[in-house]
Design a protein around this ligand. Structure first.
Ligand code: ATP
Ligand code: MG
Length: 592
């Protein structure tokens, strides 16, 4: 097959698009692979579509390989199934909703658990029908709050989603393992540097849950690894709670004047000056920082929340939201704080002087959750709820009792892994796949039951497995580019070889045409730069580098000596090859 650049629907751009923050986005737009249609919504141009389809085919191969069956649900879906599982509400602003001419509610599917569950319910009724694994490669819609980096976080994107249906837990375990193994093969073939990490199961509930994160500095996820093999998304990292401490010898809590100490740093300085410790200087970690937040629940209702963390750590909003999903979290504004006169900004504490200020049973009634390190017997410096005053020796379990604990504090490099496998190391990545055991949540909500061996009705247990197929394209581009442009891996490239007619004259174009035709006849996909007229060789070389086909054949000056140049896009290595040998040589390079 020959794609002729003189006719191909592509225009490369010299300049970076203004809205592109990451290299893959810049290059895919500049090289004419994709085009923005609206925020977070992109068109695949012919070259981009070829790349996308190759990725899709790798995913399909491996899914078919484990015996999953492909089908396709519509993207436009009725509200009712999503109401039955409460996701119509839980998704909040996250989905696109629409009405038909009769006023009935629809949505554009963000993910399809409901539809798969109902389909299996309609068709199957016996344990003999199970297990069954179904999948689709289909367009999803999510009204993401922050679409970003082109196709990496789109509002319209393609997901491969599969679902397993089993009669018992052992079956679910097998289905899960088979999908996990297929994912390993897919991500190996796509050439990703990835980690399989423990994940929270988020809006969908369920038990075992792992993410495949492609290591990438521009990714939005942070994950941890320990030398002993612990790996988790920071959202899922659990904190090792210390043993409770005895506090019989701790003096009674005492409030002290700490003027002009609204921040942890100013407070620690002041403590060292005014109340020096015998054993060591005061540290930020001796203070208890109380952060006020407002939760927005999926039904739109709002609720204040106070979170207490050791003062040397920030509250990690993503981690916090990971615990509370689908509820979202924002800092409480000064305006909102006015509703609670007991709160003194910069000097907020749970309790002191006969007053309890944070907690469901307190003056404010604000739910108060603390970091798991705040165990009974730990002593803290924290706000006294009086302007300019802090309380020292406030003991958890003696002077205040939180409503519970929450994983909200940031995870830092060097923190111990919760399973004792060593200090954690942090890295950034992007979620490429997610496998998890849904269990019976959807089957229960939608009444999916089958008869078991004993003729008894049992609820089916499900797994859900997603891959970001369209996201994979920019991620591959992030891994495979240089300053001059894209550098596609062979299995993904839109063509096997890029032939450049570099020069003028009928003879040269005839020779280039012959080379392109023969390469194509040998079974290769050829991108042929046959542009004549004003397009100089320099422009053609630049475009070849930008487009990123891994092998470039230049039919140019060497022709007088009977040679063409074969160039490796990645290494830049060139070799002169006799015109008559070029098909053999290129075929060898391409087929490896
Ligand atoms: P993320 O944490 O990146 O928002 P998610 O947890 O919401 O992803 P899932 O619901 O698990 O995603 O969807 C399965 C896969 O679909 C993800 O692993 C990811 O690769 C892909 N995906 C999810 N949202 C998007 C998006 N907005 N644009 C492109 N791909 C996406
Ligand atoms: Mg996920």
């Amino acid at each position: 097959m020959i794609l002729r650049l003189s006719q191909l629907f592509v225009r490369t751009l010299r300049d970076d698009p203004a809205d592109a923050e990451v290299p893959s986005h810049r290059l895919l737009v500049r090289a004419g692979y994709i085009r923005r249609a609206a925020p977070g919504i992109y068109t695949w141009l012919p070259l981009g579509l070829r790349v996308y389809r190759k990725v899709e085919q790798i995913v399909r191969d491996e899914m078919d390989g484990i015996g999953a069956q492909e089908l396709q649900f519509p993207a436009l879906l009725p509200k009712e199934p999503y109401e039955a599982t409460n996701r119509w509400t839980e998704y909040g602003d996250g989905i696109f909703r629409l009405k038909d001419r009769k006023g009935a509610d629809y949505l554009l599917g963000p993910t399809h658990e409901e539809m798969f569950t109902l389909a299996v319910k309609d068709l199957y009724s016996s344990y003999k029908d199970l297990p069954v694994w179904l999948y689709q490669i289909q367009t999803k819609y999510r009204d993401e709050a922050r679409p970003r980096a082109g196709l990496m976080r789109g509002r319209e994107f393609v997901m491969k989603d599969s679902y397993s249906f089993d009669v018992d837990d052992a079956g679910l375990e097998r289905s899960y393992e088979a999908h996990r193994a297929a994912y390993v093969r897919i991500f190996d073939r796509l050439g990703f540097d990835y980690a399989i990490v423990k994940a929270t199961s988020g809006a969908m509930g369920g038990s075992r849950s792992e993410e495949f994160l492609a290591r990438l500095d521009v990714g939005e996820d942070t994950y941890v690894r320990s030398p002993g093999g612990y790996a988790a998304n920071v959202e899922a990292v659990t904190t090792l709670a210390p043993e409770p401490l005895p506090y019989d010898d701790v003096p009674a809590a005492h409030a002290e004047d700490t003027p002009a100490t609204p921040t942890i740093a100013t407070l620690v300085d002041h403590l060292d000056g005014a109340f020096p410790r015998d054993d060591r200087p005061w540290e930020a970690g001796d203070t208890l920082k109380n952060v006020l937040l407002v939760l927005t629940h999926p039904d739109g209702s709002r609720e204040p929340l106070a979170v207490g963390v050791p003062g040397d750590r920030e509250v990690d909003q993503k981690r916090l939201e990971g615990q509370l999903e689908p509820t979202t979290v924002e800092p409480m504004t000064d305006e909102e704080m006015k509703a609670f006169p007991a709160l003194v900004k910069g000097y907020i504490g749970p309790a002191h002087g006969g007053r309890t200020v944070l907690g469901e049973e307190s003056e404010t009634g604000i739910r108060y959750l603390v970091d798991p390190r705040v165990v009974t017997g730990t002593r803290w410096v924290t706000g006294a709820n009086v302007e300019g005053q802090h309380v020292i020796d406030l003991v958890a379990g003696r002077d205040f009792t939180p409503d519970g604990t929450i994983e909200a504090a940031e995870v830092r490099a060097g923190d111990p892994a919760p399973d004792g496998s060593g200090p954690l190391e942090l890295a950034r990545g992007i979620e490429m796949g997610h496998v998890f055991q849904l269990g019976r949540k959807y089957a229960e909500a939608l009444g999916l039951q089958v008869l078991d061996e004993n003729g008894k009705l049992v609820t089916v247990t499900m797994g859900s497995y997603g891959i970001g197929v369209s996201r994979a394209v920019p991620v591959i581009a992030e891994y495979n580019h240089d300053d001059a442009g894209l550098v596609w891996p062979r299995e993904i490239s839109p063509a096997d070889v890029h032939v450049v007619a570099a020069g003028k004259g009928e003879e040269l174009f005839a020779a280039a045409e012959r080379v392109a035709t023969e390469l194509s006849a040998a079974g290769l996909d050829v991108l042929y730069d046959d542009r004549a007229g004003k397009v100089s060789p320099g422009v053609k070389f630049k475009d070849a580098e930008l487009l990123g086909v891994p092998t470039i054949v230049v039919v140019g000056k060497g022709l007088a000596d009977g040679v063409v140049e074969v160039k490796d896009r990645r290494s830049g290595e060139r070799e002169d090859v006799a015109v008559d040998d070029v098909v053999a040589r290129v075929t060898q390079v391409v087929r490896g």
